[in-house]
Design a protein around this ligand. Structure first.
Ligand SMILES: NC(=O)C1=CN([C@@H]2O[C@H](COP(=O)(O)OP(=O)(O)OC[C@H]3O[C@@H](n4cnc5c(N)ncnc54)[C@H](OP(=O)(O)O)[C@@H]3O)[C@@H](O)[C@H]2O)C=CC1
Ligand SMILES: CC(C)(CO)C(=O)C(=O)O
Length: 308
């Protein structure tokens, strides 16, 4: 199976590198500056689960259809990324988005047709350092995907067989849309609160009303998910509450880390989308509103500083 990975950043580089090193037929569709670094140094992964350095196949423009496209860009690059992968999609190409959030599904369905678009997510901590190396920040490497409609089941199983040698124990989920909603619900709260408080979970828990406010934000997201028919399952709920209220935790969302380095963030795609859905469903969401305004003010300040 020929697999094209759009983006050799944190997650694309990590999972793509693991696949390439297992002999899976993967190619990376990257922009010229990334292609140059990869040509010079190869793909480098530094991970507690084992380092990797190897040459990988790259291209800066797709020319012909492949069997599967893995999308591993940030949400703010999705529109351009969709156009970049379009020449790689044919009548039977599967598209697997690994982005956080949920809105990408509607955008991809509209561009490529729902039958081509699987659901997917990953639990991992990975980033690119200034030398262009992929740093795997912990031992998480959960890669989950699945069909969103019965007609996709066989093709999703074929993709599962193809990526299995990668060594990161992929999961073929029969309930991928629900899993994506559970992650979206968790992430909107996690990113919303750590960016709003400019602090990790443990420090927020040390504030007098920290846990109460965290739970209020989570309640807004839970009510929104439930209104859309995706109330998190019991086990997911227990896990979310435990991570979001863990005493002493140094945990921060990647959005917080993007903000800490004065980078662009996916706030509209995560917090903005959750707030928009809350409003559509008539769910009161004052904390999501505050959190989105916080991120928009950050972005305005960042743009003003960059401009002048
Ligand atoms: N990193 C993590 O630990 C996790 C990330 N996620 C989610 O995964 C998604 C990706 O995140 P992450 O890997 O961290 O992001 P990165 O910024 O590390 O990587 C994204 C890559 O996509 C590339 N890219 C964007 N547009 C194009 C394009 N048109 N053509 C070619 N390449 C393109 C970028 O290239 P360039 O270098 O040229 O800008 C960049 O290398 C996000 O939605 C994130 O929320 C989910 C779980 C964990
Ligand atoms: C929730 C988490 C840490 C899981 O990988 C994540 O996706 C993020 O912080 O963006």
């Amino acid at each position: 199976m020929r697999i094209l990975i759009l983006g050799a950043g944190g997650i694309g580089g990590y999972f793509g590198g693991r696949l390439a090193s297992s002999g899976v037929d993967v190619q990376f569709l990257v922009r010229p500056s990334r292609a140059e670094v990869l040509a010079r140094n190869g793909l480098v992964i530094k991970s507690p689960l084992g380092d990797l350095r190897m040459p990988v196949k790259t291209m800066t423009a797709a020319t012909e259809p492949v069997d599967a496209v893995l999308l591993a860009c940030k949400a703010y690059d999705l529109t351009e990324a969709m156009e970049a992968v379009a020449p790689a999609t044919g009548p039977s190409t599967l598209i697997l988005p690994l982005l956080n959030g949920i809105r990408q599904l509607d955008l991809l369905d509209a561009r490529f047709g729902r039958k081509h678009v699987l659901g997917g997510l990953c639990h991992i901590g990975a980033m690119v350092n200034p030398a262009g190396e992929i740093l795997h920040l912990n031992t998480l490497q959960r890669f989950v995907f699945g069909p969103r409609m019965p007609d996709q089941t066989d093709a999703a199983e074929r993709l599962f067989t193809a990526v299995r040698p990668g060594g990161f124990e992929p999961v073929l989920s029969p309930a991928i849309t629900q899993e994506m909603w559970e992650k979206f619900t968790f992430l909107a709260t996690y990113a919303g609160m750590t960016t709003l408080m400019r602090a990790p979970i443990g420090a927020i828990m040390a504030a007098q009303d920290g846990e109460a406010i965290m739970r209020e934000m989570l309640d807004e997201c839970l009510a929104t998910a439930a209104a859309g028919g995706h109330r998190p399952r019991e086990e997911a709920m227990t896990q979310m509450i435990s991570s979001l209220t863990e005493r002493g935790s140094a945990g921060t969302a990647s959005m917080f880390r993007d903000m800490a380095r004065n980078g662009r963030t996916e706030h509209e795609h995560v917090i903005g989308d959750m707030l928009a859905r809350a409003r559509t469903a008539g769910v009161p969401a004052p904390l999501l509103r505050l959190s989105l305004a916080n991120m928009q003010a950050y972005e305005a300040q960042r743009s003003a500083t960059a401009a002048g």
